[in-house]
Every structure is written in structure tokens, then in C-alpha cells.
Write a protein that binds this ligand. Sequence first.
Ligand SMILES: Cc1cc2nc3c(=O)[nH]c(=O)nc-3n(C[C@H](O)[C@H](O)[C@H](O)COP(=O)(O)OP(=O)(O)OC[C@H]3O[C@@H](n4cnc5c(N)ncnc54)[C@H](O)[C@@H]3O)c2cc1C
Length: 407
Amino acid sequence: MSFIEHDIVVVGGGPAGLLSAIAAAELGKKVVLFESRSKIGEYEHCAGLLSYEGLKKLGLSKLPPDVVQNGSIVGSHIHSPSGKTITVSKKKETACVVDRSLFNIYLSGLAKKEGVDIQTSSKINSLRRKEKLIELKLGKKQSYSTNSSKIVILAEGRFPRLNQQLGLPFPRRDRVVFASQYIMSNVKDIDINFVELYQTNKYAPGFFVWIIPINETTVKIGLGSKHAPSSKYLDLFIKNHSQAKIKLKDAVVEKRMSGAIPIGSFISKTYGRNTLVVGDAAGQTKPTTGGGVILGGIAAQISGKVASEAIDENNQSARFLSRYEKLWKKEMRRNLTIMKHVRFYLNSLSTDNVERLFSLVGEPKTKELISEFGDVDNQKTIVYRLLLKYRFWPFLAKTGLKYLFSK
Ligand SMILES: Cc1cc2nc3c(=O)[nH]c(=O)nc-3n(C[C@H](O)[C@H](O)[C@H](O)COP(=O)(O)OP(=O)(O)OC[C@H]3O[C@@H](n4cnc5c(N)ncnc54)[C@H](O)[C@@H]3O)c2cc1C
């Protein structure tokens, strides 16, 4: 049994853990990151659709070409249950599709450059507070090693196990969306510049279906569902959906992946003495689309900075570390709350009302408004703008009140 003492330990080598580690190491801290899998990026459970604006905020504007699978997404074709289509787009590229495995590997390269010690095949099994430190048990029973750290940043992803051990909450399990995604080749009728979204309660109850182009014939097709197994819904969509089945008729599944996304459940406390929680483990995902790399990444960078300041000031108290929560909430709390209501409101609509909403949104001036003010990561602005449109008011009064009373 070995015993090692560290300044900052990060648990989890996903984007949130890696970005926390980089931010602290850039400020000169000694950081060790433990990842349970044998390689960083080993398990890919993501569509990898990332906004350029978000990447810029993370200081990742220049991704290496091998990480980017499609750099030219300008907008979305959004399909209603009956097949109406609304297209919203920007004048230039707004998002790219990345290979999430290579993206994580790229981040781990940046972390190593900053001196982060990345330990793979290293699962943290338990944690406990001991005097001024946190003690971490690593490895299997009988052969575990004990590490201790002044600060632990928990970035275990969805279904975290360690938050509770330090008395911190975890994202609500009843709000998790189960997701499945296939990479499919030999697909017809792909618009390389547009993501396709299908709002359909039949095939994706509680979420939606996406088709994200990698190139002219290969896509990532996936969906989220409040019921498991989500792959069953995806298979049904591919086989039976009137529009999709035509383009996917001769398509071949190259790769399958699945995962889960915490939706609308950012946790009420993300700090404690010697501890911070980031990324999916803190529920920092967009409730409308499930995207978590950018928002979780922004919070992660804040966590790395605050952890570094705490080490500088030799103050790892909960009070000092609460700065992290104040800062990340200032950055995104309102946006997350509005997006949560948008997601749950959309989920509450009957199919007829989804169609009615499509007719309202499909009106040319509204589409222009969405194209101008729609933002992949920050959707509160467009929500405010749409609420100002009096044409929406009768519909919103009827369906919105029903949603509010159902809560
Ligand atoms: C199907 C699907 C599609 C998605 N598409 C998008 C998208 O297009 N865009 C987007 O922005 N987001 C998307 N997301 C969400 C995105 O994948 C997550 O928000 C993001 O990966 C969260 O990063 P994270 O670092 O918090 O967690 P993760 O990426 O889950 O990383 C957590 C890491 O911690 C490790 N770990 C866990 N427990 C321990 C432990 N005890 N000890 C050591 N290591 C541990 C795990 O092995 C893992 O590597 C999608 C999610 C799914 C499921």
C-alpha cells in the first residue's frame, strides 16, 4: 500500500475533469487526474456537436484537423411529427462535429503539456475527509493505495458515486434521459451543413432524435428517451419513420454507443470543504439538447481556477470554495433554468400542439428571428424574443398554463 499526498486530485478524465486539471495546472498547481478506464477517450458516448462560440470561450478555437469530423454546420432542419420542416440557419458556420474520443485525447495532451499527471486504469473507489485533507482509495480491495489531497475535483460524469460520500447531492435519477447513437454509413440525402432534429414523442419520448452529418454519406444518428432501452426506440425510428427510413434504407451501422444525460437537474450544492463537483456529475448540461461539453467545460475551468486560488491562500474551506458555485451560477444558472422549462414544456405538449407550435414558429418572420438570435449554448435570448411575439400568446397561455399547473 502506498501513500501519496497531492495538492489537487481530479477524479474523471472526461472533458470536465481534463479542463479543470488544465486550468489549475496552468496556474502552476501540481495536479493528478485519475481515470478508471485504461485510456483517455476509450469510451465514446457523445455526438460531439460543439458550437464555435463555446469552443472559443473554452480557448479551444483551433482544434487539430483530425479531431474535427465536420467543420461546416450552419443550422438545423427541424421536423415535426407529421413531417413539417423548419430550417434555421446562420450566415456562417456555427458548430462543428468532433470525434469525441480524439477530442478527449487532444485535451489530455494539453493537460500533460501543463504538467498534469494522468493516471489511467485508476478508479477511485472511496473518499473520506480526514483533518484538513481528503483521503482517496484507489484500486481494488486488498491492493488499494491511499492518496490524499487538499482539494478533490469530482468529475465522474453521469451517475456519479462519489458526490454522496462527501455529503454532496447528485443529479436527479428520474430526470436522466437514456441515449443511444449509431454511426451509419451509406446514408442518402445528407445535407452536410445541417443537423436534422426530429421532435417526436413516439420515437423519442421526453427528448428528440438527431441526425448529425460527418460527411456526404455518413452520419451520427441518435436519440434520447425517458425510457430504457433507448436503442429499441432508435431501431424503430430507423425502420419506420416516414422521412428517415428513406434516407436510411441502405445504411449500414458502423458503430453503436449508448449513454445517459442528466437533464434539468443541476445539483443544489457543488462545493464542500476540500471538494468541488463539475460537469455531468453536477448536472451542468443543456436541458434542451443534452449538450454538456461546453457548459460543463466552462464550469470546469472555473473550478480549476478557484481550486488553485484556494491552494495559494491555504484555505480549502467550504466558504472559500463556494466562490466556484457563485461564479458558475452567475455564468449559466438563468440559462439552465429557462432551458429546463423549455424542455419540460415541450415534453408536456400533445402531438397536435407540437404541430401547432411548428406552424407558429414556421412563420417567416419568426424563423428569421430564430436564425438571428438563436444560440446553440445560450437559449434564453431567443426564448425572451419569442415571448414578446403576441401571435404566440394565445397558444402559450393555453399550453403554458397547463404545463405550469401540471408541475
Ligand atoms: C448519446 C449522447 C450524445 C451526446 N451528444 C453531445 C453533443 O453533441 N454535444 C455535447 O456538448 N454534449 C453531448 N453529450 C453530453 C456529453 O457527452 C457530456 O455532457 C460530457 O461528456 C460530460 O463530460 P464529463 O467530463 O462531465 O463526464 P464524462 O465524459 O462522462 O467523463 C467522466 C469520466 O470519469 C471517469 N470516472 C467515473 N468515475 C470514476 C472514478 N470513480 N474514478 C476514476 N474515473 C472515473 C469515467 O470513466 C469517464 O471517463 C452527449 C451525451 C450522450 C450520452
